[in-house]
Design a protein around this ligand. Structure first.
Ligand SMILES: CCCCCCCCCCCC(=O)SCCNC(=O)CCNC(=O)[C@H](O)C(C)(C)COP(=O)(O)OP(=O)(O)OC[C@H]1O[C@@H](n2cnc3c(N)ncnc32)[C@H](O)[C@@H]1OP(=O)(O)O
Length: 228
């Protein structure tokens, strides 16, 4: 088993936990595609494990096979979580992120699209996201909205963290195809006020509003941005 690290050494520069990593973009894209294909199959595995009706002996044999696969993946591991990295071209990657991480089978994953009014995402949630029977778990709805609202507040030009998030569950959100939308309502200094929703084919099921804050230590001076 080779122990060659997949990436060159990370350079020393790190801002607020965001790690500068000068891996060339084509190499990031290549590795991301490889990990995403693994995560896709693991996601299938999670759904299959929830819904399987095969007999107990077969479940035990599959468990043992999977334990062997876990050992193979453990042969070379990061010392901690995947974190958030970016290179000199501002290609960023957060492969372990709970909502969008390319390598994270727990992430649906959400594919966030920036549009004229903010962001939207179309997603299909299956059995792994169930809370009440046939419905999306309320915490999952909050997690997905939190993420798309944070991306909307960050607007590809700053980093914001969730300060306050308020949810209104108007009716149950059915598992299946859903649309998330988010937009900025207003801004006050480092505070960005964001509104968002989840809808199924019959309309909105969940509404949210939140205050996202650009931490003082991560703030990019607008003067510097315009003079650059
Ligand atoms: C690939 C790349 C992807 C990168 C992009 C990925 C986006 C992903 C988005 C995911 C979102 C998340 O899950 S983020 C993770 C969950 N959130 C967190 O862990 C945040 C934890 N909290 C913090 O770090 C901090 O408390 C902050 C940053 C929220 C605020 O700290 P601060 O910067 O020191 O704020 P401070 O100076 O005290 O206050 C500034 C102003 O904000 C107000 N303020 C302060 N805290 C709050 C608050 N919780 N709720 C409301 N308002 C608040 C103050 O009253 C003040 O208003 P005024 O006096 O000026 O009027």
């Amino acid at each position: 088993m080779t122990s060659r690290p997949p990436f060159p050494e990370v350079s020393a520069l790190s801002i607020g936990g965001f790690v500068r990593d000068d891996t060339p973009t084509p190499e990031v894209d290549r590795r991301e595609a490889v990990l995403a294909s693994l995560a896709g199959t693991v996601r299938e595995l999670v759904d299959a494990a929830i819904r399987t009706t095969v007999d107990d002996g077969e479940v035990h044999r599959i468990r043992d096979d999977l334990a062997g696969l876990v050992d193979r993946l453990r042969a070379s591991q990061l010392p901690g979580p995947a974190g958030v990295r970016f290179n000199g071209e501002m290609r960023a990657w957060n492969w372990g992120n709970a909502v969008v991480g390319a390598a994270n089978a727990i992430a649906p994953p959400l594919e966030v699209v920036h549009d004229a009014s903010g962001c939207h995402a179309d997603v299909v949630l299956g059995a792994a996201y169930e809370g009440p029977p046939g419905l999306v778990h309320g915490g999952v709805s909050a997690m997905l909205l939190d993420h798309i609202m944070g991306v909307t507040a960050s607007a590809m030009r700053r980093t914001t963290f969730t300060g306050t998030l308020t949810m209104r569950y108007r009716r149950g959100t059915p598992l299946g195809p859903l649309r998330l939308e988010a937009s900025i309502a207003r801004e006050e200094g480092r505070k960005v006020f964001v509104v968002a929703s989840i809808a199924d084919a019959d309309g909105v099921t969940v509404e949210a509003d939140g205050i996202f804050i650009e931490p003082a230590g991560l703030r990019i001076d607008p003067q510097e941005q315009t003079s650059a």
